[in-house]
Design a protein. Sequence first.
Length: 751
Amino acid sequence: MTDDNYLPLHTCHVIEPTATINRFQFLLHFCAASAVLYYHASHLFFAFHFHLVSLTSVSLAFIFLADVVLFFMWLLIQGFPYRPVSRSVFPERLPDDNTLPALDIFIMTADPDKEPTIEVMNTVLSVMAIDYPSEKLHIYLSDDAGADVTLCASKEAYSLARYWVPFCKRFGIAVRCPEVFFDDSKIDQQDSDKEFSQERQKIKVMYDTFKEKIKKLKENKYSCATRFQKTRQEHPSQIEIIREEESNSTDKEDFTIPSLVYVSREKRIGVQHRFKAGALNVLLRVSGVITNSPYILVLDCDMYSNDPSSARQAMCFHLDSKLSPSLAFVQFPQEFYNISKNDIYCAEIRQIFKTFWLGLDGLRGPVLSGTNYFVKRCTLYGARPGGTSNSEEKEISRLKHKFGNSNEFCLSLVEKSSHYFDEKITTYVNPQKENILTLASCDYENGTQWGERIGYLYGSVVEDYFTGFHLHCCGWVSTYCFPSKPAFLGNVPINFNDTLVQNKRWNAGLLEVALSSHCPLIFGISKSFNWALQSMCYAWLAFWSVFSFPLLCYGIFPQLCFLNGISLFPEVTSPCFGAFVVVFLSSCIQHLREVFRSGRNLTTWCNEQRFWMMIGLTGQLFAIIDVFLKLVGISAVNFDLTNKTADKTQIKRYENGVFDFEGCSLMLLPATTLSLLNLGALIGGAWQMIKFNAMERLFTQFIFSCFILALSLPLIEGILFRQDSGRVPPRVAFWSLVLSGSIILFMFIFC
Ligand SMILES: O=c1ccn([C@@H]2O[C@H](COP(=O)(O)OP(=O)(O)O[C@H]3O[C@H](CO)[C@@H](O)[C@H](O)[C@H]3O)[C@@H](O)[C@H]2O)c(=O)[nH]1
Ligand SMILES: [Mn+2]
């Protein structure tokens, strides 16, 4: 092919005029925010001059500190809007199928109660049927619970796949997750093709039987022979290669189906198992000796494949000869199937997936996001971009030092494809089982570099962010593939407590990285301009939880001052007031522009403002406490699994956009207390404002309190007016009433 008729596999362009407007807005906001900081600083100086300790001076001090933190975070966030890009891919230009690389798919599950087996199996079936040569696809299911039901269900799923996969490929089914396909409510067209309808009916019966079997498995009526006495916390490693039987070939038509490997690593009480990162590292090793595909797709168990062409889309980047030598992974957005129209918990994570990652894509690439990414295997083994390894690095004894004492695994590092798997005849030569089981044992990693330099990194419960950051630091880049049809769809928590627990984990994990030796502020910031911006973005995420500090300050001091008729902000008629208005409006407009650009509306804007406030005062605050407790050695930060089940009342409340606080712990207390305090201050302050005719002086604080009240309405309602089980738990309501009441009383008595 000559250069003239070379057709690119993908294109990329900067999103304009957004990028230019963003830069202009930066200048405007910078000036106004500096003026506000100057105003606060000078007032603080005068206040301290007159009274060292008074409500006014203390409040001004905290508001000043809060603004400094906000300003710092605002500076860090500037990398995201600097150069947003959008990409297109052309999978039809890929070389023919037999030159496509092999792909291992990792699916992670950890608890059959919180993660319904049928959903996990739907994920498995959906990826088995993707549009990619079956003999080049290998699916690995990691089961951290070591649950028999998952193993048995996998075998059942495999049997079903022998019909499901050919059916999908023959009729070119658009969504290859059986549950979605057979969900009658989602079928929009009456298909007249008789053969198709007959086949569909036949497979539907099979699928229903399959579901029935799994239900029985769960009820223990249907048993599957087990060899071990197992519990979730303690079980030996177990690996089963579920593969195609040579017989029965008449049913299978011309299609082979991908292999499925069930992996449950060893677990022992008292031994750290490193959560998802630990499970991923086991899969890396086990798959290394079985199939050793050069690319890996990682999926959470609830993320089914919604577009069978996703692997080919990803290959448009990985197979581009220019980009490929430095490309570590292709990230797809996380999108969700069970989000309600209201999306009160902002589960869409719009800002991350619809704005920030587009921005990072224009720098060195998006953050590794846990699921929906296609990573190049060797990058996880510590390889450097474009680097050729010297012969020393290929010496098995040296490799063992880093990678552990397995001949098989170390051989897999130097050989292109594993000797256990013969690609031509697509059957496994049965690997020596003992050797593979060792790779999944608790002790294998002792004394090796796994988790520190190799594989997924330990040390943070956001193993994805941490590992991706490490890859970027090693010089790799990533790309963001955001097709209009969602490539994968997952499940979001639909009550406030689950959302809170999830957000707390993310924030704690990010803060762990911020406080580690890998702090993005130190790491890599001086390499180049793009790198500096990229590191700032990483740092913004790492320090995300510090937003709780300005939120606490703004939730306490303006209210206390308003209650006492003290003014914290300039009068409406003063020229300084303008700077405050510009800062406030500019940040609102920036946010609104983002929301509209993501195809969302004013409701999303309100929801995000409210959610930001609520999480800042709960999840983020407790994340800081969690990390602090870890630092002083009192407790560890845990990976609390997100619940993926819900009952009917919960679903109904969620669909109706009603906040569901059921099950919330005292973690909710700061948010509820401050919302009541704001309500009290608003009433008391407004009364004072009228009585002393201080409209002009206190107007800003009045408006500010009204704004907070509007944001905190669901909390107020949940404490004071609701009776259903989704209200704020009585224990939390009681304590927040006591606390906010005492603060207000204290103010009346002593100030
Ligand atoms: O010890 C564990 C804990 C979790 N998981 C699996 O990890 C996945 C993600 O867990 P989930 O509870 O669904 O967490 P989320 O908060 O929804 O996950 C987000 O955040 C995680 C980091 O905290 C990332 O790993 C995920 O990919 C990302 O979707 C699930 O498939 C789990 O089965 C394990 O395999 N072992
Ligand atoms: Mn999840």
